[in-house]
Design a binder for this molecule. Structure first.
Ligand SMILES: *Cc1c(COP(=O)(O)O)cnc(C)c1O
Length: 404
């Protein structure tokens, strides 16, 4: 009889979004006259910018012509895109990253889930709590995390770094030394970030203890404050300890288009083993390249026209974020995030649990958000609202919340 990868069986069901959907549809059925506003989604809603649509159309036309048709893309990405990434995301910020350190992919979720496979099977990981679930679950699947404790909602072999209002949402160096440290700033779900100086301390720590930082910079485009790093490579020494994962999903609305990239510096080594060479080998074996059409669309993100249009799109979402943040504060809530990220993380009133507040908000204001406890035990007592809705709905939702 065959055997399965039993690590998969250890995964607790991911009930968060299915439970939300079920509760919302039950409420909608029972209250057909009530109009529900959804501020729980972690997905963009604005259409693709015109410069990107133009590039997509042009690339489709190239595929229709024998002279310009493209088959398999280069495993690691087309030079036109890797060079545009180097120029705009790195050189322009004073970071010394070369095109052969960029690996183009179909998005940050796959890369952040797959990157663990180039590390030792017993590598100990450290994550922030609350956390984007992909980092933990992908390590569960490969057997690194020990046993799950249902009572605490934690894994025995994972180092958790609480990020709460008590520590200003800045993770502290763990007592036990990890081999892999997952950091995501600006953060999903908390919408908060750390300063460049604080990130430099993490880089120094990782170099000192011989750990690798997996840095998820999916929300980099939402940074509004000057003292926040757009890339971990703005920090000295990051090329010997950090892998950076980027996405086109949140800065350019590519959640349905699919494009991302990962940076693995050539200086990142374990003895004589080069992580860059290993990731290249992995890509070559398991990935046949992101589609040409998408990569041309990605190139348009860096055109003058594309940049101007996307700046407006991000300003639209960040105006929603400000509307939510200001509106909640006016209503007396304690609120975090929303300045460098499209997420608002609020403290539930009267020590309500995250789920009690979910029910309260749905029933009394007909507004849907996401319970913080769904992202980890230290998310209990918090609640996430997103700025990805329409401005009109955001304003109406806040009017309702203020009347509670
Ligand atoms: C949305 C998001 C991503 C992006 O994933 P894609 O696969 O590129 O769409 C990555 N990391 C975090 C933390 C996210 O919230």
């Amino acid at each position: 009889m065959f055997k399965v990868n039993e690590n998969y069986l250890k995964l607790p069901g991911s009930y968060l979004f299915s439970t939300i959907a079920k509760k919302v549809s039950e409420f909608a059925d029972a209250n057909p006259d009530k109009e529900i506003i959804r501020l729980g989604i972690g997905d963009v809603t604005q259409p693709l910018a015109p410069a990107i649509v133009k590039a997509l159309h042009a690339a489709v036309d190239e595929m229709a012509n024998a002279d310009t048709f493209k088959g398999y893309a280069p495993d690691l990405g087309y030079d036109f895109l890797r060079n545009a990434i180097v120029e705009n995301d790195y050189k322009a910020r004073g970071c010394d990253i070369a095109a052969d350190e960029i690996f183009v992919s179909d998005g940050a979720k796959s890369d952040s889930g797959n990157i663990q496979e180039i590390f030792s099977a017993d590598a100990k990981i450290a994550v922030c709590d609350p956390v984007y679930p992909v980092y933990v679950d992908s390590n569960v699947m490969s057997g690194r995390t020990g046993e799950y404790d249902e009572k605490t909602g934690t894994w025995s072999n994972v180092i958790y770094m609480p990020t709460t209002m008590e520590n200003g949402f800045v993770p502290e160096f763990p007592k036990e030394t990890p081999q892999l440290i997952y950091l995501c700033f600006p953060n999903n779900p908390t919408g908060t970030t750390i300063t460049k100086t604080q990130l430099q301390e993490w880089v120094d720590y990782a170099n000192r203890v011989g750990a690798v930082i997996i840095y998820d910079a999916a929300y980099e485009a939402y940074i509004s404050e000057d003292n926040v790093a757009h890339s971990i490579y703005e920090c000295k020494g990051a090329k010997t300890c950090a892998i950076e994962i980027k996405s086109f999903s949140k800065n350019a609305g590519f959640t349905g288009v699919r494009l991302g990239y990962t940076v693995v510096p050539k200086d990142l080594k374990c003895g004589s083993a080069s992580l860059n060479a290993m990731w290249a080998r992995r890509h070559g074996t398991k990935f046949n390249g992101a589609p040409y059409i998408q990569q041309r669309a990605g190139e348009a993100v860096y055109s003058a026209e594309g940049k101007a249009q996307l700046k407006e799109q991000i300003a639209y979402y960040m105006n929603n974020a400000k509307t939510i943040k200001d509106g909640l504060e006016k209503a007396g809530y304690t609120v975090f995030g929303g300045v460098n990220a499209p997420y608002i993380w609020l403290k539930t009133p009267d020590n309500m649990s995250s789920w009690d507040f979910f029910d309260f908000l749905l029933e009394k204001a007909n507004v849907v958000g996401t319970p913080g406890s769904g992202f980890g035990p230290n998310g209990e007592g918090y609640f996430r609202l997103t700025a990805f809705g329409s401005y009109e709905n955001t304003v109406r939702a806040l009017e309702r919340i203020q009347k509670l």
